[in-house]
Every structure is written in C-alpha cells, then in structure tokens.
Ligand binder design. Structure first.
Ligand code: 5AD
Ligand code: FES
Length: 357
C-alpha cells in the first residue's frame, strides 16, 4: 500500500469526523496540489452519492422583484444603483412562471427578490397561498432577505417551508466592510436563528473571494456552518458588478469555490448544495465542476426573459436570453456529462423528507 500523503490524511479525517483543527482547515484551504484536490473531490462525490445517489435536484428560481431597500456594496440591485431598471412581477406572472416550471418538472419554486417594501406580509401570504393552492405538491422557498420573526412566522404558516438567507461572511468586521453601517451582522444572524426556530429548512452561504476575504474569514465561515448546521448552503464566487462600489475588485475563482463545495460536502454530508449560476458565470464548466465536487442542486431561472437582464446582481450573468425550457435542456445535457441525472421531486433535506410525505 502506498503511503498516504498529508492532504489525504486531512481529507480522510474531515470525512470521518466532520471536523478539523483550525490549522488543518487552513492547510486544506491553501492546497494547490492537484492530487490532493482530486482526492478531495473524489471523497466529496462519494459522500454525496452515499446520501443522494446520482440524483440532482432542481429548483425553479423566480426573481420576482428587484426593488431593494438595502445598499450592499457588491450587489447590482442595491438601492443607490440608479441604472438598475426596477420591476415587480404580478401574482399572475409569478403563477405563470410556476406553471411553466411545473410542466418542466420543477417541484420547488424559489421566490427570490430584493427587500421590497411593496411585498408586505399580507401580499406575500396571499402569494404563497395562491402558489400552494395551485401546486400543492410543490415546495415554496423564500429568498427575500431580512424580516422580523413575526413576519417569517406568518409566511411559514402560509405554506413556505424553506428559506435562503446567505450570511455572506461569518466575520463581523468583514461583513461590515461589505455592507453600509445601516446593515447589521448581528441582525442577519438573528434572522437565521429565527428561521431555524420557526421550523424552516434553512439555507445560508457566503460569497467566495469577496474583497477582503482571506483564509481566516473562510475558516470562520466553515466554523459557522458547522455550528449552525443549515439544511442548504449556497456559495458562489464574488463577481464585480460595474455599477457598484466594488466594480474594480477582482472576482473570486471557480477553483476556490469548487474546493469549498467539496469541503462543505464533507463537513455537512447531507446538506443540499447548489452549483450556482455565479459559478457557471465565472467558468463555463463551473456548474459541472461543482457537481463533480459534491454539489447536488441546480437552480435555473424561471423568470420571464423580459426581466432577466434587470436582475443583474453581478456582470455577465449567464442564461439572460434563454427560456426556462432551454435552460432545462442545457442543464440536462450538462448533468448527463457528469454521470448524474436531474430528478422530478421536491428534493427536501433528508431529515425533512419524511415529514413532508
Ligand atoms: N457577486 C456574486 N454574488 C453576489 N450576490 C450579490 N451580489 C453578488 C456579486 N456581485 C449574491 C449574494 C446574495 C445572493 C442573492 O447573490 O450572496 O445573497
Ligand atoms: Fe441556461 Fe444553459 S442553463 S442556457
């Protein structure tokens, strides 16, 4: 038997114990050794296949409003971006997106939007009820930012069962460097805690390669994930948007994002882990690379093509002109190239799956 190299030992330890020391995580985060990285991806695939087989879950993303009261320095729909053309979809338009999605095999709809005051609790409750009434077998995921606990409770009671709220970075000082003073790291963390207490399947996640991020910040992100134990983790490379204060900053890399996907798979074996559009934007093969490194979810866009361009969180976003059906066909081919397959089901987290059947 050949001697295991040091990276392999670390990777085996992470797989077996779902934990490493700070120094060991730092070593892995700094790994550029191609054999070590291939072993990491291979173990991440093995763990993913143990829990999910060859299945890839799809979520239909509906970008229903790009109005936002926030002013995050990295984001193209920040309040102070006067060049953003603002839009809101009507209930009817949203239901049409769901209908298209249903026909294409989607059983989860993700309502994503900026923090838009128009969408009061009452309006969102009506919207969620309308979707659940027409598509009772489908899961509704919300990705609508920070609200009060009472609001999250009402939306949960209306039928939304999952919530995505990226923590962006678990380092408070780093969070404050990416957001204006009016935004609070503590409030974001409180929101995540509230969502968890209410009973949502919760997704968090960070940008990879955001300005000022180093290994120390990523280590804090991993420690946060380990402690919070989210059901989903959405990560993607930071990509500059030309109308934001961070326009001139370098983008994050596909390599670092893929490495983190694999580490997260070993850290949280059963987690739902998307290969994101941002990863597909920074590298034409990014989503496939993600799927080959432990990712098991894709979130194609169901938004009407008329508004796609207006939801420009970052530059050069892919799939701007493609209809939903075109993206599904494109993804089916891409997924097939990895040996996996898209499935038509809700794709709940394993610990929630039994409850929803
Ligand atoms: N680059 C990459 N990701 C971004 N997001 C927002 N702006 C950017 C950007 N410039 C991500 C954030 C947010 C999610 C909806 O999109 O992580 O939570
Ligand atoms: Fe949209 Fe490929 S996924 S064109």
């Amino acid at each position: 038997m050949s001697m295991q190299n040091d990276y392999q030992k670390l990777i085996n330890k992470l797989e077996q114990e779902q934990d490493l020391s700070d120094a060991e995580f730092a070593t892995l985060l700094a790994c550029h050794d191609e054999d070590g990285l291939e072993y990491l991806r291979q173990r991440a695939r093995a763990v993913r296949e143990k829990h999910f087989g060859q299945d890839v879950y799809i979520r239909g993303l509906i970008e229903f409003t790009n109005y936002c009261r926030n002013n995050c320095y990295y984001c193209g729909i920040r309040r102070e971006n006067d060049h953003a053309q603002r839009y809101r979809l009507t209930t009817e338009e949203i239901l049409n997106c769901c209908e298209t999605g249903w026909q294409l095999g989607f059983r989860t709809f993700v309502l994503q939007g900026g923090e838009d005051a128009y969408f009061t609790d009452e309006r969102l409750v009506d919207l969620i009820r309308a979707i659940k009434k027409r598509f009772p077998e489908c899961a509704v995921t919300l990705s609508i930012g920070e609200r009060e606990k009472d609001s999250y409770e009402q939306l949960f009671a209306a039928g939304a069962e999952r919530f995505l709220l990226r923590h962006e970075t678990a380092d408070k000082a780093h969070y404050e460097s990416l957001h204006p003073a009016e935004m609070s790291y503590t409030h974001r963390m409180k929101c995540l805690q509230a969502l968890r207490e209410i009973g949502y399947q919760v997704g968090c996640g960070m940008m990879v390669g955001s300005p000022g991020q180093a290994s120390a910040q990523l280590l804090q992100d991993l420690r946060f994930l380990q402690k919070f134990q989210p059901e989903m983790v959405g990560i993607g490379p930071f990509i500059p948007q030309h109308d934001t204060p961070l326009a001139d900053q370098p983008a994050g890399t596909a390599a670092m994002t893929v490495k983190l996907l694999a580490i997260i798979r070993l850290l949280l074996p059963q987690v739902l882990l998307p290969a994101t559009t941002a990863l597909g934007t920074i590298d034409p093969q990014g989503r496939e690379k993600g799927l080959r490194a432990g990712a098991n979810v894709l979130m194609p866009n169901l938004s009407p093509t008329t508004v796609r361009r207006k939801y420009a969180l970052y530059d050069n976003k892919i799939c701007m002109g493609e209809e939903a059906a075109e993206c599904v066909n494109c993804l089916a081919r891409r997924v097939a190239s990895t040996g996996y397959q898209i499935v038509t089901n809700r794709g709940d987290h394993p610990t929630f799956a039994k409850r929803s059947q």
